[in-house]
Design a protein around this ligand. Structure first.
Ligand code: CP
Ligand code: NVA
Length: 309
């Protein structure tokens, strides 16, 4: 077993395959303990600072409840609560917070802020979403697929939509564990080349495939999992109308999913904009596992915190 103590989780590509499976093993054990009511105070008396510059339902509640289940306490700060990036630079804030806290979870816009917080601080920093990545979500997604299918390697995930933070973390995550991944995005909204290249290195090593296309119908062919996300992410609200036009062909609806395996799993990080990237007939169907996926944020993040803090 490798020790992850003190390690920050900034993007999935910084994790080894062994570390990913260590997170999943502990997740299963903690989930079981919660179900049976067995105490699991692995972080007794520890403190987690939670900084949010964007709104959140799942991330905020699951981290706060999670640290409490582990015997510690979470402190919530929204962007107006701290001096950070207003009257104090990141490095000073990182050093000061490291003297009070045992870990920091941060959701913000600029990915570099998370990198800097980890660089200047001396406690683990967990990325709770940036414009570039959403690692906790994708670790949860992979764990949830594993729960349902008892395997990851060789499965095919088709991501239909914006080449955004979710697409990036899915590229890293799927390629790390040996799943095939196809991203179908409109041209102009494709994932970053750099992330695709990094993921190709992983996929070559694992013997899996990566494909980037603008054809959603071809992408879902024989897919085990269909994944989508909002067309306009937090911070892109002004582009929403234009994006709606560009993305209409990328809606996950009963016609599109016909090409997937009949027992395909539908996944979405949520919040979902029903009627846009997905319609009720799909998200409410028996193929959909979106609420198990949301629940697992709690269990997976408890494992992450217990391992790094
Ligand atoms: N999936 C996700 O991160 O949800 P929230 O924005 O509600 O935290
Ligand atoms: N791409 C979305 C994910 C929300 C969990 C956003 O960044 O708003």
């Amino acid at each position: 077993m490798v020790s992850m103590k003190g390690k920050s989780l900034i993007e999935i590509n910084h994790l080894s395959l062994e570390e990913i499976w260590q997170i999943f093993d502990l997740t299963s054990s903690l989930k079981q303990k919660q179900i049976t009511g067995e105490e699991h105070h692995l972080l007794k008396g520890k403190t987690l600072g939670m900084i949010f510059s964007k709104p959140s339902t799942r991330t905020r509640v699951s981290f706060e409840v999670g640290i409490y289940h582990l015997g510690g306490i979470g402190l919530y700060f929204n962007q107006n609560d701290l001096q950070l990036k207003k009257s104090e630079n990141i490095s000073d804030t990182a050093i000061v917070l490291s003297r009070y806290l045992d870990g920091i979870m941060i959701r913000t816009f600029d990915h570099q802020d998370v990198v800097d917080l980890a660089k200047y601080g001396s406690i683990p920093v967990i990325n709770g979403l940036t414009d570039l990545h959403h690692p906790c979500q994708v670790l949860t997604d992979l764990y949830t697929v594993y729960e349902k299918r008892r395997t990851l390697r060789g499965l095919k995930l088709a991501y239909i939509g914006d080449g955004n933070n979710m697409a990036h973390s899915l590229l890293h995550g799927c390629s790390k564990v040996g799943m095939d991944i196809v991203i179908a995005s409109p041209s102009g909204y494709m994932p970053l080349k750099e992330v695709v290249e990094e993921s190709k290195v992983n996929a070559d090593y694992m013997g899996s495939k990566i494909e980037i296309t603008d054809d959603p119908v071809a992408a879902v062919k024989n897919a085990d999992i269909i994944y989508t996300d909002v067309w306009a992410s937090m911070g892109q609200e002004k582009e929403a109308l234009e994006r709606k036009k560009q993305f209409m062909k990328f809606q996950v609806n009963p016609e599109l999913v016909k090409g997937a395996k009949s027992d395909y799993l539908f996944m979405h990080c949520l919040p979902a904009h029903r009627g846009e990237e997905v319609v009720n007939e799909v998200i409410d169907s028996s193929n959909s596992i979106v609420f198990d996926e949301a629940e697992n944020r709690l269990h997976v993040q408890k494992a992450i915190m217990a391992l790094v803090m």
